[in-house]
Ligand binder design. Structure first.
Ligand code: NAP
Length: 252
């Protein structure tokens, strides 16, 4: 419970931006900073300030939490593909009249020489791989999105994930590569060359940590099947931690 005169900020985290914002705020006088993680990672890095882990129990659970902790402002710094949490935050904050900011890194945009096939769901990505006639695909979609790609039974898949998918879909031809960003350009170039990759499937996460594969693909004229971001509620949005700090400064 916050002491009198202390403003409580809730950061919905799970991204590098969420950690950076907690770091920037936690040392400030008069603020109580709570980061919230979904609990998907077994041993997550601890953010600066307080940490809570696990779902809130839908919009109702989040509303109860915001009231109990007397939250003064919420920063939704969840990943661009974490669409449900974004909707819940918008609903709960609107209901309780709590200021809410979305902290979201800008999406990647194709540049000259890029060959992107943009899709809106993972079955669309499977279809695009087929249409492109790809034979050896780097699949960088996250472990929860893998199942539709088991349909590609005549394509070899290099499945890159942070941790082992449980269960691993029944791929006909695949290699599992457990690795965590940031990924560097030279390593991405070598990966595409050594595994003879002829297509990349990924999601438009934005940011620098996993952007090198796009440049490596451009250099080899390899197509990229790019899953676009899910729709989110229309909210004030900051593209950087500095912009989020400026927004908070006006409200506290
Ligand atoms: P999601 O589909 O938007 O959320 C599903 C449920 O997980 C939410 O309804 C909520 O449960 C709980 N949840 C999500 N984020 C939470 C948070 N920060 N604190 C407490 N509960 C949270 O989210 P997701 O795609 O499964 O992602 C889960 C987490 O992983 C997110 O925090 C996100 O930032 C991080 N992440 C996701 C991706 C991705 O590609 N999806 C990539 C990197 C990191 P209740 O309804 O019970 O409150």
């Amino acid at each position: 419970m916050p002491s009198t005169g202390t403003a409580t900020i809730l950061i919905l985290g799970g991204t590098s931006e969420g950690y950076a914002l907690a770091e920037a705020l936690a040392a400030r006088d008069g603020l109580r900073v709570i980061s919230s993680l979904a609990g998907r990672t077994a041993a997550p890095r601890r953010p600066a300030g307080e940490l809570r882990i696990g779902g809130f129990g839908g919009i109702a659970g989040l509303s109860t939490y915001l009231a109990r902790e007397r939250v003064a402002a919420v920063i939704d710094a969840t990943h661009p593909f974490a669409a449900t949490m974004g909707v819940h935050a918008a609903e709960a904050c609107a209901h309780a009249d709590i200021p809410l900011l979305r902290l979201e890194r800008p999406a990647w945009q194709p540049g000259p020489g890029d060959r992107w096939e943009r899709v809106n769901d993972w079955y669309g990505a499977v279809f695009a791989v087929r249409m492109l006639g790809a034979r050896r695909v780097l699949l960088a979609v996250g472990r929860q999105a893998l199942a539709p790609f088991a349909l590609l039974d005549d394509v070899w898949l290099l499945v890159r994930c942070v941790s082992r998918p449980e269960p691993l879909p029944a791929f006909a031809h695949a290699e599992l590569l457990l690795d965590r960003g940031p990924f560097h350009l030279d390593a991405e170039r070598a990966l595409l060359r050594e595994r003879a990759i002829d297509c990349i499937v990924c999601k438009n996460s934005g940011g620098d940590a996993s952007a090198a594969k796009l440049q490596a693909a451009r250099e080899r004229a390899i197509p990229v099947v790019m899953r676009e971001r899910p729709a989110r509620p229309a909210l004030p949005t900051a593209p950087s931690v500095d912009a989020a700090l400026a927004w908070l400064a006006k409200r506290l």
